[in-house]
Design a protein. Structure first.
Lengths: 189, 319, 501
């Protein structure tokens, strides 16, 4: 799986290089100098964009060189140097850490990856729901969905957790700090 | 993401319209009934707009008995707050603490509103600026500054591309045919630091921003960009720019507005409340604490002022 | 001087002021715990509550909220890697690692102790030297500010040791993100694509919540559940030896923090980043930095608190805000009918000295409250992550919304949550990105101002001695490790050769 990780990094560097170049061009469009010849609107975007493009290309070159030099295990070095090698190994799952990547709840890496995708989808769905249900209700539904659907809590305790959490939030933010939460089309809370 | 925002905005608009419709139908006589009201402040808490918004909210609360809460919706030099307010079309229970950015934003930025999009209620007063220099500056009058600018480099601090001091310096330039170099800052406090730190030669600031430095003798005021001299004791000795042959007077206004398309009796309701507020001690204290001029205007009169000031500003930025 | 101190104590030690100081400190801590609400928002939101108070009482309470909120932000930085404000970003680096090792209690305790010592040191400086120091701060014009920001960025980029390129890449990305919105100087809109919300730029508080809080949540879901941390009580409390070991870092942090905090602008954030960067090079324990070194918590936390106090130097002595929070406080001055300016010390001695002494009182209160509470807060980590993370998502979204009363903030948090996750997976450092984003607008402003002062040229940067000195330091930071590294390598190779010969 380290190969996938390396490919991901190479792809990320390439994307960053492209973004930097685009920002640089966009910055040039705003003008590097103003009419008095002083620093203009476009200088910082153009300069930082160019810097990103150059650095990302250097990083890309380093990755490719490392890949060539040590096709299989080169990543271990980089990971160790950054102090999170173990994390990445577990995260990558297939390398088979000491426990074959199964966590204390008995979830396999594949299940965990699926959980992540579900949580991400739920979070964005909740945000899209806000214009209809209001923020607090959308958030309540989100917690319910995560606790029951992903974390497999018993429905009763999930409802209790959600209710208590929402009540606290409502008391502190809506009542204490007078934050005007959007109530959506329902117009409830 | 963008489409959801448009959706949200249009839904909010629909909700507001239906709310307004309800309130109209429920009171069959067509009389507007004020309920819990929001005073939108398009700038961060603690700033000048926030202070005026909260003062007005308290004053109107006292005058009407309606519960009014201030709400900060800051960002984009006010653009975010005004744009939100645009979505409140027809909702007589929201107000906004307005100032000159209502006029400068449509000129300088790509925004969807201008002053005609809203219902002007009350202009609280005017805040003029003083031209100030460090105590050790060679200049003692504004015309000396102008003369100096004809032959050498005079550096002025401005607190933003469409800020009040930028307007004032541009007006001086147009009136006198000179040019100042500018160093941009982002607030009055920064300008004070820049002036004291000898980064710039002159600045044009509201009296409330410099009165402490004037009293301590760290700075001197050369002239006031106002039609008449200040009546305040501390500022009465400062000549107007007009007295020194510079025909420039420009003030930032502060006031409050309602959304466009609100029922007529809602407009009347708020104007009546505003007239009561203008009589109060709180209003007087607010004006005096901030060294402002109590030039009030209501409704149509306020709208006329906005029209004139807007034309004037367009001329300044058209160059 | 002594008379003034006495006057200060008389003002600050009345029952009323003591109680409101305590209330401020407690409210501040709670506010700092809520994501999105840092000291600036905290002071601004609670400002209207104090309108009916005596001015000095109101200011004492607001100042209490200020430093209370900073401590609250530290708690979340350590426990769930979510900094309350930019200044506590670096605290997450070692604080969160300590928490993972069951040492959250110790991390929180050293933060409280470091902050306290820093507060006392900076208070002494503030009381004795505020007016002359304020004059010194004015010497720092745009050129000097620009130079010091360059130094800060260089230091952060070199945090990562070997990964210099990736650090620099992320810092540049932060600067680029910061260019979205209305440009400093010209006032033109950049990269906003017609979106009104983007006019004010990409809001960094929301970005931080996304990158740190949600990024970590997504990362943890993928990594899988671990056994809840079962720390023994012995590990929860701080050992006297650790306090002694951290003292040099605390003292250095206080000095750097006080100095940078005096300068109007990004003082506090730069202070914590720079002091951490320096500790990482000079501390005896430098090899453990990033892996849960207690000095890595002590140093930025003391710097941060010293800077918060030093922020009051220009605020009280000149009436110029030292930072975002003191700007709100200055706004409050006018509401209470006080005229901030150079004469404040003379005209309102009871207010100024009462406020200064209340800082001391407030910091004593914070220490007394937090030393025993640190292990209690740390118990939070016993909650299984499956229960904890839905709540982190909830408070992140709600907290973000309440920053601006705008759904835009929530979207920013979600999008940067995903970005934070991706960066973590790819091992790209987040701290330089945040510093770039925070410094970006200030950096550009200083750049525009420097060139405007110099009539279009940036040469001022090299003709003003302070600015030049700082730039030389920055250059040395990049060059020296490389040169010494090359020399060492060369020597080793020589030795090898001589051995083989």
């Amino acid at each position: 799986m380290t190969r996938t990780l390396r490919n991901a990094r190479i792809a990320a560097s390439a994307v960053l290089a492209a973004l930097g170049a685009a920002a640089c061009v966009g910055g040039l469009g705003y003008g590097l100098e103003n009419e008095d010849g002083a620093v203009g609107t476009g200088l910082l975007p153009a300069a930082s964009g160019a810097l990103i493009a150059v650095l990302a290309l250097v990083d890309l070159a380093q990755q490719l060189l490392a890949a060539r030099r040590a096709p299989a295990s080169a990543d271990a070095d980089i990971n160790a140097a950054n102090g999170s090698g173990v994390a990445l190994l577990i995260a990558d799952g297939e390398t088979g850490g000491p426990t074959d990547g199964i966590d204390v709840l008995g979830r396999t890496p594949r299940q965990r990856n699926r959980n992540l995708v579900v949580v991400l989808a739920l979070v964005f769905a909740a945000a899209l729901l806000v214009p209809f249900s209001g923020l607090l209700i959308a958030m309540g539904l989100l917690i319910l969905a995560i606790t029951i659907g992903v974390e497999r809590m018993r429905p009763l305790s999930a409802v209790a957790v959600t209710a208590v959490a929402l009540a606290c939030v409502w008391l502190v933010f809506a009542q204490g700090l007078r934050v005007p939460f959007p109530t959506g089309m329902l117009g409830l809370i | 993401m963008k489409s959801s925002k448009i959706l949200a905005a249009s839904l909010a608009g629909v909700a507001a319209l239906s709310l307004a419709a309800c309130s109209e139908t429920s009171a069959s006589g067509g009389s507007f009934r004020a309920a819990n009201t929001t005073m939108v402040v398009p700038f961060a808490a603690g700033g000048g707009s926030d202070v005026s918004g909260r003062t007005v909210a308290q004053g109107l609360e006292a005058a009407t008995g309606v519960n009014i809460t201030a709400e900060n919706r800051e960002g984009g030099n006010g653009a975010v707050g005004y744009s939100y307010f645009l979505g409140q079309q027809g909702n007589g229970n929201t107000l906004l603490a307005a100032e000159t950015s209502l006029l400068t934003l449509p000129i300088a930025q790509d925004v969807e509103f201008d002053y005609t999009s809203f219902t002007p209620i009350m202009k609280l007063g005017d805040d003029y600026t003083l031209m100030v220099v460090r105590a050790d500056s060679p200049y003692t009058t504004c015309d000396q500054v102008v003369e100096a600018a004809r032959t050498e480099r005079v550096v002025a601090a401005v607190s933003g591309a469409v800020s009040l001091d930028e307007v004032v310096f541009s007006l001086v330039e147009q009136d006198q045919g000179v040019e100042f170099d500018r160093v941009p800052y982002e607030s009055g406090g920064e300008v004070v630091a820049g002036l004291l730190g000898e980064q710039v030669d002159i600045a044009s600031l509201n009296p409330s921003e410099v009165v402490g430095q004037l009293e301590s003798g760290d700075m001197r005021a050369l002239c006031a960009f106002s039609e008449e001299r200040y009546a305040y004791e501390e500022l009465a000795d400062i000549p107007t720019a007009g007295e020194q042959g510079i025909n420039v007077a420009f003030a930032q206004f502060r006031g409050f507005i309602a959304p466009g398309g609100i029922p007529e009796d809602a407009t009347t309701f708020w104007i009546d409340a505003a007239e009561d507020f203008a009589e109060s001690e709180e209003y007087k204290a607010y004006i005096e604490d901030n060294y402002m001029q109590p030039n009030v205007a209501y409704g149509d009169e306020f709208a006329d002022y906005l029209g004139t000031a807007s034309t004037e500003l367009e001329a300044v930025f058209a160059k | 001087m002594l008379d003034n101190l006495l006057l200060g104590f008389q003002t600050a030690m009345t029952w009323e002021n003591l109680v409101w100081c305590l209330v401020g400190v407690l409210l501040g801590t709670v506010i700092g715990l809520l994501p999105g609400l840092g000291s600036t928002t905290g002071v601004a939101v609670l400002l209207p509550l104090t309108f009916t108070f005596e001015p000095v009482t109101a200011l004492i309470m607001l100042a209490g909220i200020y430093y209370g909120a900073q401590y609250g932000g530290t708690i979340t930085s350590v426990l769930i890697a979510t900094p309350g404000e930019a200044a506590s970003v670096v605290t997450t680096l070692d604080g969160y690692q300590m928490a993972k090792q069951g040492r959250a209690g110790a991390a929180l305790a050293i933060a409280a102790i470091g902050s306290f010592i820093a507060a006392i040191i900076s208070l002494a400086l503030l009381m004795g030297l505020a007016p002359p120091l304020a004059g010194l701060a004015l010497e720092f014009g745009p050129a000097e500010n620009l130079a010091i920001m360059i130094l800060g960025l260089v230091i952060v980029v070199s945090f990562q040791g070997g990964a210099f390129v990736r650090g620099a890449l992320m810092a540049a990305a932060g600067l680029l993100l910061a260019t979205v919105g209305i440009a400093a100087g010209s006032g033109e809109a950049r990269f906003t694509f017609g979106n009104v919300d983007l006019l004010s730029g990409i809001p960094f508080v929301e970005v931080m919540i996304g990158l740190f809080a949600l990024g970590e949540v997504f990362h943890q879901i993928r990594m899988g559940a671990e056994k809840p941390i079962r720390a023994r009580f012995k590990d929860m409390v701080i050992r006297p030896r650790e306090v002694a070991k951290s003292m040099p870092s605390i003292l250095r942090g206080s000095g750097i923090g006080f100095f940078l905090g005096m300068l109007p602008g990004a003082g506090s954030t730069l202070a914590s980043f720079i002091s951490y960067g320096i500790e990482r090079r000079v501390s005896r324990n430098r090899d453990n930095f990033g892996k849960g070194a207690i000095e890595g918590v002590a140093s930025p936390e003391s710097a941060n608190n010293a800077a918060a106090n030093a922020n009051f130097v220009p605020t009280l002595a000149l009436g110029i805000p030292g930072g975002a929070t003191t700007a709100v406080l200055l706004g409050a001055f006018t509401i209470y009918g006080l005229q901030p300016g150079p004469l404040l010390f003379e005209q309102q001695p009871d207010l100024v000295w009462g406020l200064l002494v209340s800082f001391f009182v407030g910091n004593v209160l914070l220490l007394v409250l937090n030393l025993p509470l640190a292990p209690v807060f740390a118990q939070m980590l016993r909650i299984p992550y499956g229960y904890l993370y839905p709540l982190i998502i909830l408070t992140s979204c709600i907290g973000a919304y309440s920053v601006s009363n705008n759904m835009f903030s929530v979207w920013v948090v979600l999008i940067f949550g995903v970005i934070g996750f991706v960066l973590k997976e790819l091992d790209l450092p987040i701290a330089p990105l945040v510093l770039g984003l925070v410094l970006g607008p200030l950096f550009e402003k200083a750049l525009v101002q420097t060139s405007a002062v110099g009539d279009g040229s940036l040469a001022v940067l090299f003709t003003r001695p302070i600015a030049l000195g700082i730039l030389v330091c920055a250059a040395a930071l990049i060059a020296v490790p490389r040169i010494t590294g090359a020399l060492l390598k060369g020597r080793k190779e020589n030795q090898k050769e001589s051995v083989t010969q």
